[in-house]
Design a protein around this ligand. Structure first.
Ligand code: BG6
Length: 460
């Protein structure tokens, strides 16, 4: 792992408090990273002690010695990210660290998306976007853009400042353990790969249900909504990993090439194949417009128009204030012919469920007989990740930070993938589509009817 200065732009924000600092703590504790310092930039007057205590409640059973080491590695720079003087001061600090041998610099833009372009330009005009002594990398949080045109412009603009190999576009789902396992499950098991196509798979469901509402992010969320917040990124990345061809090797170029090909083959989703909803009470949330038409729920049907997947529906469903938090991928295989059993009984199709969270693992259902009779029943072949490896899976952000520091772009999203994903949802964003109200804990009825019209059911 290379030595580096990690500059967190927006260290006083929620992301930094909840995810970045706790991830740095775990990396330090697990001795995955040692030679680094953090420069945190924020507008408020703060001490490093404030930063540490703000994150403490997001670190289960913190070890005081590790926290104190982390604290000593952080310095705070109070400044406005739109102000050139902030970059002048940053430059001075970075050259001080360079003299101590810390010549690599990682800029982490933990800010609202509207700041990405101005920050990139400021880094360029202060000469911080490249270095002859070490590497310079930049991490952009999602959402990257807010529609196709915007994303194309943003990509073009930041590529004038950084080369693509310096750019790491985060989608934290790609750092989740079970998401990283999808390709391994698919391509290292001969029992699965031959069946993984339109001849044997009836349909796929990708579900990202959350029990929480918008909490204190109403102002941000109300401008985006579920499609921009999670479908365009997390859910389409899951779709790409489920549907892609085997890459010729597991490197960033090949994996991203294959994901891009899937996204490129995915038909733009039609408003007729989409159901949007809003939980009741949403418009009373803080910073949400009283007459808001923003969706907090989205269900849709997509098709990947290629040889492997033609005519296989991919159903996507996500919602806030659902019954329980659950992210999963459900693969339903074709039904076996029932002719042998009870005069042609309808058999339950096999299915494979990859549970991303909160429980991690996967299982496959098989038909078997009940003891003492020829009645059929389904049993599970179950892999429970925590039961096998203990509940100590690295957090997504931890894995991603480690990957950026190692220069591994395979778990970050390339510009063409981002643009292809925006193209897929173009028909259902920024339009006046009907948004149905739903009670907390329940899907809108229209979403249930929508899949049932196809003779199928939501898995959860
Ligand atoms: C974020 C969205 O990207 O993902 C949030 O902005 C959402 O609205 C979150 O809650 C879900 O992530 P996770 O890891 O909790 O499933």
């Amino acid at each position: 792992m290379s030595k580096a200065v990690i500059v967190i732009m927006g260290i006083t924000g929620d992301l930094s408090k909840r995810k970045l600092i706790p991830s740095m703590y775990r990396l330090l504790k697990n001795k995955k990273i040692k030679d680094f310092v953090i420069v945190g930039i924020g507008r408020r007057a703060l001490s490093v002690g404030d930063i540490i205590s703000g994150s403490k409640k997001f670190i289960p059973q913190p070890d005081a010695a590790v926290l104190s080491t982390l604290e000593k590695k952080i310095s705070y720079l109070q400044g406005d990210l739109d102000d050139k003087r902030t970059y002048g001061e940053l430059k001075k600090r970075l050259s001080g660290y360079a003299k101590e041998g810390l010549t690599n610099v990682l800029f982490y833009l933990a800010t609202l998306p509207g700041h990405f372009d101005p920050i990139a330009k400021n880094l360029q005009s202060s000469g911080l976007n490249k270095s002859s002594k070490g590497w310079v990398r930049v991490v952009f949080e999602k959402p990257f853009g807010s529609n196709l045109t915007d994303a194309v412009e943003l990509n073009a603009s930041i590529k004038k400042v950084f080369s693509e190999d310096q750019i790491y576009r985060i989608d934290h789902y790609l750092g989740k353990e079970l998401v990283q396992n999808i390709a391994v499950l698919r391509f290292s098991n001969t029992v699965l790969e031959p069946l993984w196509n339109k001849n044997h798979i009836d349909h796929v469901q990708i579900i990202l249900n959350e029990d929480i509402g918008v909490e204190d992010r109403g102002g941000f969320y109300d401008k985006y909504g579920a499609v921009k917040d999670v479908v365009q990124n997390h859910m389409l990345q899951l779709l790409a990993l489920v549907a892609m061809e085997a890459p010729s090797s597991f490197n960033a170029l090949q994996i991203r090439n294959e994901k891009f090909k899937v996204l490129q083959s995915t038909r733009s989703v039609d408003a007729h194949d989409t159901i949007l909803g809003q939980y009741s009470g949403y418009s009373k949330e803080n910073d949400v417009k009283v007459d808001s038409n923003t969706e907090t729920f989205a269900a849709m049907k997509l098709f990947v128009d290629n040889m492997r997947w033609q005519h296989v529906p991919f159903y996507l469903k996500t919602g806030k204030k659902m019954k329980e938090k659950k992210s999963l991928i459900y693969i339903q295989f074709e039904e076996a012919p029932g002719v042998l059993f009870k005069g042609g009984a309808k058999l339950e199709p096999n299915h494979l469920v990859i549970t991303v969270q909160p429980s991690e693992g996967f299982y496959m259902t098989l038909n078997t007989k009940l003891p003492g009779s020829m009645e059929l029943t389904q049993v599970k072949m179950d892999f429970c990740h925590d039961c096998t490896y203990g509940a100590n899976t690295p957090e997504a952000y931890e894995t991603l930070l480690e990957s950026v520091l190692a220069g591994d772009q395979s778990v970050f999203v390339r510009s063409d993938e981002v643009e292809a994903s925006w193209r897929i949802v173009e028909g259902i964003i920024d339009k006046e589509l009907k948004v149905r109200s739903y009670a907390a804990g329940k899907d809108p009825k229209a979403a249930t009817d929508f899949i049932e019209r196809d003779g199928r059911k939501w898995f959860v």
